[in-house]
Design a protein around this ligand. Structure first.
Ligand code: UD1
Length: 419
């Protein structure tokens, strides 16, 4: 098992070009299996989750290559409808494929993704929506089989009980080639959903309202190939900004999405960091000790504070002056990184969905283990700001979402190596 050895205490300084978004690339790769024609996806990040998605597409009979930042996907001849257990387990987001597989082939078999590092991950909203669009669904000991009458879905009016990102994406994927109109109320408004819709529109889909709470999709008969550039990864952006804020120094982030990162940036600048935005660039300078955040940081669906940025911001705030309070409203087990941060000298008390972070003067390196993707990144943020050396195991979690992570951190002057 590989590890990171990180020596903290260096100020960070430099420029980084932000990677393409993982959470955008995965549903777009799934969408590429609908219709005909080749999809060329530029700025597709080199991540283990992207390679898992590519393996699923190949298993289903699509031609898929991912190399040099470009994924090329041609669904011609793809008639597979089953996602095997091992591929399903590799990546929880494989649930993202069911709307597209059903849309293409009229049936789909997969296993329930079950729990994951963040706690239980139910898929009830996904399944209820597919049923409304005409799917018969049976559960055979955890293997779920969905089948469409006459192999075609029909439009429906669906009101989600919660704006789930994945459920919204699956509905869109099934609706683009369904018969008639689908209306999704209380849809998720995450920027990655807009990226998925803009990709599908380039291919000939008829979708309106993405980025708002009601999305209207009119089914079309055909989708064709296209070229699309994956949007920047706002969570990786939040990670590099938090890292520089915590360790001290300055960073220019290029190829960012400044408007989409606003919910994070508006909180980060309350720490006293200087942040300037210019078109697709973000400049951050961190000098004096960070200040705690006065108001409770509540994770919420977009445009609220993103749950995926909670851990990395917390890792910076553990050495801020004063106390900050987090409230995690999306996932049950999203404070697992606090154990490692406390081992490094942080003072974090977790009570259910609330975490109280009392700033300490300094952190010290420790032997710690990443337990999930963003929690692992948070540990790197803390380690770079700590005195001494940290040995971080479990870094396969980080490889799921950060492209060339140690190279990026080293570019900024951080001392990190993989062993
Ligand atoms: C996506 C992101 C993930 C992010 C999350 C919230 C991808 C690949 N992953 O995950 O990084 O943290 O959005 O912004 O894009 N829920 C149900 N039933 C369902 C579906 C969801 O109860 O059928 C619950 C979940 O358990 C969770 C909440 O709804 O508590 C939000 O989940 P959802 O928005 O669906 O997240 P994902 O799409 O899984």
């Amino acid at each position: 098992m590989q590890k990171y050895i990180i020596t903290g205490g260096s100020r960070l300084s430099g420029e980084l070009t932000l990677q393409g978004s993982k959470n955008s690339a995965l549903p777009i790769m799934s969408a590429a299996m609908l219709g005909d024609g080749e999809s060329v996806l530029k700025r597709c990040p080199a991540l283990t989750d992207v390679y898992s998605a590519s393996r699923i597409l190949s298993y289903l009979g699509c031609k898929c290559t991912v190399a040099d930042g470009t994924a090329i996907i041609d669904p011609a001849g793809s008639s597979g409808y089953e996602i095997p257990d091992d591929l399903m387990r590799e990546m929880r987001s494989s649930i993202m494929f069911i709307g597209a597989i059903l849309g293409r082939n009229g049936e789909c078999t997969f296993s329930t993704p079950g729990g994951c590092e963040l706690g239980p991950r139910p898929i009830d909203m996904h399944l209820a929506a597919l049923r409304k669009m005409g799917a018969d669904i049976s559960d055979n000991g955890g293997r779920i089989h969905c089948r469409l009458n006459k192999r075609k879905a029909h439009g429906a009016k669906i009101t989600l009980p919660f704006p789930s990102v994945g459920a919204t994406e699956n509905i869109i994927l099934l609706a683009v080639c369904a018969e008639g109109e689908t209306i999704v109320n209380n849809a998720a408004r995450e920027p990655e959903i807009c990226d998925l819709c803009s990709f599908l529109r380039k291919r000939g889909a008829d979708i309106k309202g993405d980025g708002e709470s009601t999305i209207v999709i009119s089914g079309v008969d055909k989708l064709h190939g296209c070229e699309h550039t994956i949007m920047p990864d706002r969570i990786a952006g939040a990670t590099y900004l938090s890292m520089t804020a915590a360790a001290g120094g300055e960073i220019i982030l290029k190829n960012t999405c400044t408007a989409e990162m606003e919910p994070f940036i508006s909180v980060l600048e309350q720490t006293g960091c200087r942040i300037y935005l210019a078109e697709d660039r973000i400049y951050l300078r961190s000098g004096a000790r960070l200040r705690a955040i006065r108001d409770r940081i509540r994770t919420m669906p977009h445009p609220g504070f993103p749950t995926d940025s909670q851990a990395v911001l917390m890792a910076a705030l553990v050495i801020a002056e004063g106390a900050s309070v987090f409230e995690e409203n999306l996932f049950d087990c999203r404070y697992r990184h606090t154990v490692a941060l406390n081992k490094m000298g942080a003072d974090i008390v977790v009570m259910g969905k609330v975490a109280v972070v009392r700033g300490v003067e300094r952190l010290k390196g420790a032997d710690i283990e990443a337990t999930d993707l963003r929690g692992g990144a948070a540990m790197v943020v803390a380690a770079l700001a700590a005195e001494g050396t940290t040995c971080l195991s479990g870094i396969s979690h980080i490889d799921r979402g950060y492209e060339k992570f140690e190279e990026a951190v080293s570019t900024l002057g951080g001392k990190i190596r993989r062993v």
